[in-house]
Design a protein around this ligand. Structure first.
Ligand SMILES: [Zn+2]
Length: 577
């Protein structure tokens, strides 16, 4: 009875909804009320989660009714790790990673030329990346062996792009290519001598072909290429936000610079920011942040601040991730401790460089700023677990939610050390799908058991949250599409479905857990679980409808599921036609 009156009361105060979704299979990610049929939204909040019956009282003359036709309804996805600015460049610019032939090369250049404003340089490229990757599971060996990668020529593009400038690089950043105009701007002509440390390839008549190599190329062009204009970057940002809407990403944590943050504020003021942003500063900016009163959870529901970022080791791709034991394919190599953390602000006198990180981390933590530190190798992750213990010792127990960024390879002995510390494992599951091809060659079978240990991390008491790490490296793309992350976590297979039973299948997690990691847990990671991350009354109305029931389909099909509707901040921002 009491519940009934409460319900009546909630209708009275909530009133007519702006949007109602009915006939849905709603998976709320709210443990106390996991499933529903219908949702009511008013302004930018969820005002009711119930059945097709209870939703009736929220429908008025002006309510937009969305019939979900039985489809799965979820909270909007929250990507825990996006390099937004680089994603802009890859998504809107020239991405040639999968290109190594003349025809597609020309087509790709043409399409970028057509969508770029006049005067904007075409850069990027990374041609032949997949050509190299296909050669050998380990990559490096194949690269050494192969000599005849695809070579662009000025003739392919000079007429096509008119007086635009183009300067791009091969995937390994050893060979570069410039069109006629870019060569001219760089002072490289038929008669000019080669600039210092640049080898200019020439045809029989001495005309530059566009191909350049040598250690001086990047610097030389770096001084010529104008920085992308504000207008260009705003345009690019809107294009990527549009992509986010298509994928149902309504929140993301950005790793880019402060310029990008300014763009987000600008877009918000224009009413064009269609994803909530969590934006991190650098660890050595903690003092400035503290001065302005920016601590964990600072900012507002559109742009959240209060977190700093730092790095302690390198990456798997070039064997710089730091391990307790040497790499299996190179027994002299342990990987590196990030050598130069902040050389321009080395306040630490005689301290070694790791403690420089720790010195700043202790300060930031004492100012209640949230820390996030990149760690890939098992020793790097182990070091940070030690560091968290010391943070607790020095600054006391508190709701710090230390973010272990990537948490890629963990020594099984370290799992028990996560318990009770509220450590956030900021994981990007698609890395597993991509890296499993060569992981065992690098670190051996035994250590690979601790690689991308989704299940073990989850059970250890860490708060596992998910994201993409878009756009990826020069060897592989990490797509924004959350379905690929869910797929990776649930199957531990490559996109081709190998191995059949999954790579170290004990480390798989369930689809329900994976969805929670990509929604509620990512919200928790930025201290926002009370306002978003689940479909609950009073939370922000960020909701997606997807094409198939992820909870029931064969997991191998998860990667092909599409978002059909995205609602952000109470408005439909994407509708698949
Ligand atoms: Zn990253």
């Amino acid at each position: 009875m009491k519940r009934f009156f409460l319900f009546l009361f909630s209708i009275l105060i909530a009133g007519e909804a702006d949007i109602v979704i009915k006939n849905g299979t709603v998976w709320t990610v709210n443990k106390s009320n996991p499933t529903a049929q219908a949702i009511a939204i008013k302004n930018n909040k969820i005002i009711h989660v119930g059945s097709n019956h209870t939703i009736q009282s929220f429908i008025g003359d002006h309510t937009q009714i969305i019939d979900a036709k039985g489809k799965l309804v979820l909270p909007g996805f929250n990507d825990n790790h996006v390099h937004f600015e680089s994603t802009c460049r890859i998504v809107t610019g020239l991405n040639l990673m999968d290109v190594h032939e003349e025809k597609p090369f020309i087509e790709r250049v043409r399409s970028v030329h057509e969508r770029f404003a006049t005067g904007v340089w075409i850069t990027g490229g990374l041609w032949s990346a997949y050509e190299a990757w296909g050669l050998s599971s380990i990559g490096e060996e194949g690269r050494k062996a192969k000599k005849d990668f695809f070579k662009p020529h000025r003739k392919m593009v000079d007429k096509l792009i008119g007086d635009r400038h183009l300067f791009i690089q091969r995937f390994d950043r050893k060979i570069f290519f410039a069109n006629g105009n870019a060569l001219k701007a760089a002072g490289i002509t038929k008669t000019s001598p080669d600039p210092p440390n640049i080898k200019v390839e020439r045809d029989r008549r001495g005309n530059p072909t566009g191909i350049l190599s040598g250690s001086g190329v990047q610097n030389h062009f770096g001084t010529i290429i104008p920085p992308r204009s504000w207008e260009q970057r705003v345009w690019e940002s809107e294009a990527v936000l549009k992509r986010c809407a298509q994928y149902g990403v309504t929140s993301l944590s950005d790793m880019s610079d402060s310029r990008q943050r300014e763009i987000f504020y600008h877009l918000r003021n224009e009413g064009k920011l269609t994803a909530r942003i969590h934006s991190r500063g650098y660890l050595d900016q903690w003092e400035k942040m503290a001065e302005f009163g920016i601590k964990k959870g600072a900012g507002d529901e559109m742009i959240r601040l209060g977190t700093v970022k730092a790095w302690i080791d390198g990456i798997m791709g070039n064997s710089t991730a730091r391990f307790y034991e040497p790499y299996s394919h190179n027994t002299n190599e342990f990987g590196l401790w990030r050598k130069i953390m902040f050389p321009w602000r080395s306040k630490n006198g005689g301290r070694d460089l790791q403690s420089n990180l720790e010195y700043l981390a202790l300060k930031a933590d004492s100012a209640d700023i949230q820390l996030s530190v990149h760690a890939i190798g098992d020793a790097a992750n182990g070091y940070l677990l030690d560091m968290v213990d010391r943070l607790i010792k020095h600054n006391g127990e508190k709701d710090r939610r230390f973010r272990l960024v990537h948490a890629q390879v963990i020594n099984p002995k370290d799992y028990e050390r996560f318990a009770g510390k509220n450590i956030i494992a900021e994981v990007q599951p698609y890395h597993c799908t991509d890296d499993m091809r060569w992981m065992e060659e690098r670190i051996g079978h035994e250590r690979s058991k601790g690689a991308y240990p989704f299940r073990s991390l989850w059970d250890s008491g860490a708060v596992v949250c998910f994201g993409s790490d878009s756009p990826g490296t020069n060897a592989s793309r990490y797509p924004l599409n959350p379905m690929l992350g869910l797929y990776a976590a649930v199957t531990r297979q490559t996109l081709e479905g190998n191995p059949e039973e999954g790579w170290f299948p004990d480390e798989r997690i369930t689809i329900e857990e994976a969805i929670q990691a990509y929604t509620l847990n990512s919200a928790y990671a930025s201290h926002e679980e009370n306002i978003k991350g689940s479909i609950s009354v009073g939370k922000l109305a960020d909701v997606v409808i997807v094409s198939e029931n992820l909870l029931e389909i064969d997991p191998v099909r998860i990667k092909d599921v599409e978002v059909v509707t995205t609602i952000f901040d109470g408005k439909v921002i994407y509708q698949k036609d």
